[in-house]
Design a protein around this ligand. Sequence first.
Ligand code: F6R
Ligand code: MG
Ligand code: MG
Length: 367
Amino acid sequence: MKITLSAIKADVGAIAGHNAPSIALVEAIANHVKNNAARLLIDYRISTTGDDTAMLMTHTHGVNSPDIHRLAFDALMKGTEVAKDQGLYGAGQDLLKTSFSGNVKGMGPGSCEMEFEERESEPFVFFACDKTDPGAFNYPLFRSFADPFHNAGLLLAPHMGKGFEFTVMDVNYTKGDRVIKLNTPENIYDLAVLLRDQERYVVESISSRSTGEITAVVSTSRLHNISGKYSGKDDPVCLVRTQKDFPATGEVVSPYATAHYVLGGCRGSHILALMPVKQGETISFFDGPAIVTGAGYSMRGGKFTEPVDLFAQPFWDTVRTKAAQKSLAMREQGFFGAAMAPMMELEYTGVVDRIKELDKHFKIREK
Ligand code: F6R
Ligand code: MG
Ligand code: MG
């Protein structure tokens, strides 16, 4: 049976700044999805990560279905109404455009979707980040799907040995989708030089080279490309089908133990360590730290089991402590050097006007 798995999310307002949506806001989104589920969906789950609310849905309408995207968009509009009523901060902030035109892409909400022939057992993980951008997934996806030192499964499992096809998007290009396809293992260095630049080149999807089956998708929208100014972080989502011909769930979650540095935190302009947290976790330190949740599911006929909260397990307590220590170490040097975003990212902030003004006062000293 061909199933489409869609994740659509947005921040449409939060309590106390950018910390968490209210219960009423999430209920408004959930109620709208519930009221339309019988018409359009096989199953759905609503979850939150920091100030973002995500709708995870199964259906048979394929990717980029206007009906599914409208359902999600209207649900976010309902959430926005509640956010306004309650005086939540940033009400409707991710709905950069409000008249729906067939797809949430380019309107503000993040989305990632894949259509596939459901396996007898269909394990997958739904990752959601807050206070960072889609490049946050470059490191863990590279390590799970391309790095045998991290994932010896690439050497041990016969079907994975043929490698994977990565589709990478240049997210700075705004006139359309500028993408490149690279095969591992032979193009691994080419892939590495792109993925190291995680603000510009972002993994969009990954497919198995032995079966052609899709295994991973990431939401790639950059809000500043839509609005032309800093409009909050993109707070990406990612779906990964696991096991058998794909990396094991454990091989997909283990790279998060690095607590790798990502761009995010206050004003989306600082480098902090990505902290793996439990579902529904909120935001605190320095409008952060950047967080990631991981919900593991199985499904049959598009019907979900309850989620396993993968980062709630005690192992991750140690990683959380490490992530906090790494973030504190970076914060000690304030705005200097590596602690702040690269200039290209700051171009969407007030820094650029100040530098422009100062530029007029620079003088070339006579010898
Ligand atoms: C939210 C974010 C926050 C805000 C900060 C200032 O995604 O990045 O750190 O940038 O709280 O927000 P304003 O300018 O709305 O007061
Ligand atoms: Mg926000
Ligand atoms: Mg957010």
